[in-house]
Design a protein around this ligand. Structure first.
Ligand code: FE2
Length: 186
C-alpha cells in the first residue's frame, strides 16, 4: 500500500490547518481520492467483518475533523437532509451511493415548511468522492454490501441538522445527539 490511512490523516490535518474553509476542503478531497484507491484501509482499521453501522475511524482534536466509515450489509437510504454547520465529503470504499441533491425553493420563514426541487442526481462509485458544503441538501440511496466514508468538519453526529419530507413539504430539526448512531469510535 503506497499511501496509508495514517499518512492520509496527517495530510488532511496539514491542509485544514493551512485553510479550514473551502480551499482546505477541496485540498483534502485530493487526499481522500488517493486513500479511496486503497479501500483495504477500512479492513485494516475495523477488521474483516465489522458490525454494520457508523464507525468513527479518526478524529483530530485540533481541527475537529471526523472520519467515519459507514458499513452496511443491507441496502438503505436517507431522506433529504443537510449537515447543520458542517461540510461533508462522501466517498465510497465499496459499493456505490446514489446521490440526489436539492434546491430549497421557499425562504425558510414558515416554520416546519420547506419546498424542495431536485437539482442533480448522480452515482458515486467506489473510489469516487463528492463535497457537500454547509447548507447543501442531499439524499442517499445505497445497495447491500456498501461501505462509504465521510469526512466531516466537526461532530455532525451530535449536532442538529435539518431533515426534509419532500412529499409533504415539511422540514424538522433533527437532534442527532438523541439517537444512538455510532457503533464504534477510535
Ligand atoms: Fe448526508
Amino acid at each position: 500500500m503506497d499511501y496509508t490511512f495514517s499518512e492520509f490523516c496527517t495530510d488532511c490535518v496539514k491542509a485544514l490547518k493551512a485553510d479550514s474553509g473551502e480551499a482546505g476542503c477541496k485540498e483534502i478531497q485530493k487526499y481522500f481520492d488517493k486513500i479511496l484507491a486503497h479501500p483495504e484501509f477500512v479492513t485494516e482499521i475495523l477488521g474483516e467483518s465489522p458490525e454494520p453501522g457508523r464507525h468513527i475511524i479518526h478524529h483530530d482534536k485540533e481541527t475537529d475533523l471526523y472520519v467515519l466509515a459507514h458499513v452496511y450489509d443491507r441496502a438503505g437510504h436517507a431522506a433529504p437532509h443537510d449537515h447543520g454547520p458542517f461540510w461533508v465529503i462522501y466517498g465510497n470504499a465499496t459499493g456505490y451511493t446514489d446521490m440526489t441533491e436539492y434546491r430549497r425553493l421557499d425562504d425558510g420563514s414558515k416554520e416546519g415548511y420547506a419546498e424542495l426541487e431536485v437539482s442533480s442526481e448522480y452515482r458515486i462509485e467506489a473510489g469516487m468522492s463528492s463535497i457537500y458544503d454547509v447548507g447543501d441538501i442531499h439524499a442517499i440511496d445505497y445497495p447491500e454490501n456498501t461501505t462509504f466514508i465521510r469526512l466531516v468538519s466537526g461532530d455532525a453526529e451530535r449536532g442538529k441538522n435539518l431533515r426534509f419530507d419532500m412529499a409533504n413539504n415539511t422540514v424538522e430539526v433533527q437532534d442527532r445527539a438523541k439517537e444512538k448512531r455510532i457503533v464504534s469510535s477510535v
